[in-house]
Write a protein that binds this ligand. Sequence first.
Ligand code: G3P
Ligand code: CA
Length: 356
Amino acid sequence: MYKPQFQAFALATLLATTGAHAADGSQLAAAQGIAYPAVIAHRGASFDAPESTTAAYLLARELGADYLEMDLQRTRDGALVVVHDDVLGRTSDVAERFPERKNSPVSAFTLAELKSLDAGSWFNKAYPERARNAFVGQRILTLDEVIDIAEGDPQRHPGLYIETKEPAQFPGIEKDLKQRLEARGWLDKPGKVVLQTFDRNSLQLLHEAMPKVPKILLLWVAKGSIEPASGQTFVESGERDKSAFYARQHPKDRAEFERWLDYAKQGGAIGTGPSAVRSNLGEQSYSDLIQPWMNQATHDRGLLVHVYTLDDAVDFNKAMAAGVDGIFTNRAGELMRFYGRTVQGSEATLLGKLGY
Ligand code: G3P
Ligand code: CA
């Protein structure tokens, strides 16, 4: 179990030995009404149910996650939908339903077309040990439908942690998002909405549209983002394993990392979302941007740290000891248990109760 006093002790020791002044992450979070340490259900409870579907978000809500994380895109006819990839092949049967458009972006489809896709069967094939018949026919969701899920349990009432995904593809999506959140009354709920983006321009636009809503600048080591010391892309590296490549990437120097903290601050963010290396590498293991000095430099600027995306206790422990303030996870239940928070049953039991 995570011991908050350990982190407080570690931070105090760090400050005593460095003489530095750093804000306490819990105070920064409290000032924004943001849960601390935050449990951010990445694409819902997406380890146990197909990502970004009703099953995944209902389970995340029932597990008690603080936030439902989602990636926002826009259909050809202007609906805001929740899909991670910019194409649909990995998480739907688009290749069977629309073979001529199987590699087309989300923006090439109408909402009705997206709603005709099966967004659940792929999960059963990819993860037979977690497959459930009831996942077949899960649908792609609109932003409004995820809001319905968050509002559907007034006691738990998780927040929304919304990423503008590939925002350059969707001019005006920041204003569209504001319009929907305003219409649903979510702009008056301090700390219940957090906006996130990798894109500095989108951060600016989000800040202009919703100056009072907390924002996170997501951090990533790559050409065009935090400049890597290697100066290489994955393709240029000749590496075969992406996660091994990412694990070797780090900012070219301290000033480059801190430059991005300053971009976050200048863009109106209240925190950063750095990547992390997973102990077992694999998909969703990236570069280590949560070293203690990095988190301290972030706190020194009055910014929070929400790291993406960790699923195992060994990595939760390492991240918390390094000073992060919240974790994106596909396994919200595991993170809740790690923090010593109550979970009303196993994932399997809760899925059964929910009708899956
Ligand atoms: O939004 C934080 C984290 O989700 C970023 O990675 O690619 O899963 O959206 P990704
Ligand atoms: Ca995301």
